[in-house]
Design a protein around this ligand. Structure first.
Ligand code: SPV
Ligand code: MG
Length: 294
């Protein structure tokens, strides 16, 4: 792996061919599972990370937390990682520098006012003025050190209750400010407003969408509309949550893990996914050393 890590591949995904599918994760385990399944990249989800820490997705996660999580995912997989950096932690340019230096593929920042609230939560979804966010994007792009790193600008205009006209104006302004891609977020069940924005897209920057509420829309359909990247932001965590709840309840209900053994992963697969099997087979590990090899 080069010093730039596996980050460069994200730029390739933006330019096609075809639609790229990113799977949400919050740790190396989730990233490894997604890579093995065949996903093109990883979405280091802010919601998943917050939930995994037991804190709200409301601007509580700090840059250092996401940097550590995205770095461990980048180290664990060969596909690129796009880090959900919320509103940019008060410094979009500093965020770009930090994640770029860590070899992460790119960052996504959204045009909400801090402290932001998750897009699906009932509550205020206030946007920063379009000029302010476009300026932050332009400044951050000027601070980027390598060609390959990717800055995705996300507009929450539709989530905040504005119409397609405002969403399109914001998306264009961010693309014109230098964003490599624009994430159009929507919480519509039938994404008519989103499709209007996509239909009016007239910039070279790639479009990214997150079909969480409009989950019946397939990646192939989105690709036909011109979308380049589709993010399955939280389905991994949601499936793990449901499975953990069922297992906990079954063990307490029956007095043993017998009734769930057939449904849960084997210890052998945990040893495999953690690399323990490879170490047992002879791969050298030095623990507690100073790295000098002595
Ligand atoms: C996340 O995964 O944290 C996102 C996407 O930002 S969503 O939760 O759908 O807003
Ligand atoms: Mg998020």
């Amino acid at each position: 792996m080069s010093a730039a890590g596996n980050g460069g591949g994200l730029r390739d995904l933006l330019s096609g061919p075809g639609v790229a599918r990113l799977m949400g994760a919050h740790d190396a385990l989730g990233a490894i599972v997604a890579e093995r399944a065949g996903f093109d990249g990883i979405w280091a989800s802010g919601l998943e990370l917050a939930a995994s820490r037991g804190v709200p997705d409301a601007g509580v996660i700090a840059m250092a937390d996401q940097l550590a999580a995205a770095s461990s995912m980048t180290a664990a997989v060969s596909v690129p990682v796009l880090a959900d950096c919320d509103t940019g932690y008060g410094d979009v340019g500093g965020t770009v520098r930090a994640f770029e230096a860590a070899g992460v593929g790119g960052v996504c920042v959204e045009d909400k006012r801090w402290p932001k609230l998750n897009s699906f939560a009932e509550g205020p979804q206030d946007l920063v003025p379009i000029e302010e966010f476009a300026r932050a994007i332009a400044e951050a792009k000027a601070m980027q050190r390598t060609e390959r790193f990717v800055l995705v600008a996300r507009t929450e205009a539709l989530v905040a209750g504005h119409g397609p006209r405002e969403a399109l104006a914001r998306a264009r302004a961010y693309a014109d400010a230098g964003a490599d891609a624009v994430l159009l977020h929507s919480k519509e069940r039938h994404p008519d407003a989103l499709f209007d924005v996509i239909g009016g897209w007239d910039r070279p920057a790639a479009l990214v969408v997150v079909p969480t509420t409009y989950y019946t829309t397939t990646a192939a359909e989105l690709e036909r509309l011109g979308v380049r990247v589709v993010i399955y932001a939280n389905q991994g965590l949601r499936s793990a949550l449901r499975a953990m709840e069922r297992t906990c309840a079954e063990i307490l209900r029956t007095g043993s893990s017998s009734s769930v053994e057939a449904q849960i992963a084997s210890v052998a697969s945990v040893l495999d996914v953690s690399g323990t099997t490879a170490v047992a087979a002879g791969r050298t590990v030095r623990s507690g050393g100073d790295g000098s090899g002595r």
